[in-house]
Write a protein of this length. Structure first.
Length: 244
């Protein structure tokens, strides 16, 4: 990959691992909407992580190997906390991206080491697996959205966060934004988040999910002008689906 694209590739890997903060996530998604290279890297890395989980039967690693890997992950986590301050949201993309390799490199090295010895170690948290794999593992709520009589997207609610897989939606038109709405019978639709997508982008984070999933009857996606969630959805409905 060209050197000038290195910072974006690091953000793409972080997005695939669900490890970016909100500022980096928004910055990357805006870039990825028009960058096929980043979307392909994100897809390949997500598939690799998911494949590693099934590459070999789970075995107990030697105590020394497991201890060294876990210690390395703990060290990288502490270093990342030290170099990414709370006010980093105002930094440039390049400045933030240059700080990422400390933890991206450590986690990636740990994944490679585990694969080479055919041992899959689950580290604290769940950032080592792709969104789709994590959702399948815990059987998270998944709602299929249809438009024009066919499936065009799927909504997954995982860890109080809504993700959308826009496999059949066209790329977000320039100047507009897609908005995901949570629907409840007899109530005004609640905007979950605004996002830019491509059909090949894979699951994209829409936003934090505050409404109890038990109170939600379904979801809908509309196309809205601008780049924010409006108070109410427009009539430009692209897809809708109900919970079973």
């Amino acid at each position: 990959m060209p050197d000038e694209h290195e910072e974006w590739s690091e953000l793409a890997v972080g997005h695939a691992m669900s490890s970016l903060d909100d500022a980096d996530e928004a910055t990357y998604l805006e870039h990825a909407a028009s960058c096929a290279t980043c979307r392909e890297l994100e897809r390949e890395f997500s598939e690799t992580l998911a494949d590693l989980a099934l590459a070999a039967p789970t075995v107990v690693p030697p105590p020394s190997l497991k201890a060294s890997i876990m210690a390395a992950l703990g060290e990288d986590e502490s270093r990342s906390a030290a170099v990414i301050p709370i006010d980093s949201r105002r930094e440039s993309v390049g400045a933030r991206a240059r700080k990422i390799p400390l933890w991206i490199g450590g986690v990636a090295a740990a994944v490679v080491a585990i694969a080479l010895v055919a041992v899959f170690v689950v580290a604290p948290g769940h950032k080592q697996a792709s969104i789709a794999a994590r959702c399948a593992a815990v059987n998270c709520p998944t709602i299929t959205l249809t438009g024009g009589g066919q499936s065009v997207a799927a909504v997954m609610v995982l860890d109080n966060t809504a993700y959308i897989d826009p496999h059949g939606l066209p790329a977000t038109p320039k100047g507009d934004v897609y908005v995901l709405w949570a629907l409840s019978t007899g109530k005004t639709p609640v905007g979950v988040g605004a996002l830019h997508t491509e059909p090949t982008s894979g699951p994209v984070r829409a936003g934090s999910f505050t409404t109890p999933i038990g109170n939600v009857s379904g979801f809908a996606v509309t196309e809205e002008p601008g780049d924010a969630v409006p108070a109410t959805p427009s009539e430009h409905l692209l897809a809708q689906g109900s919970r079973a």
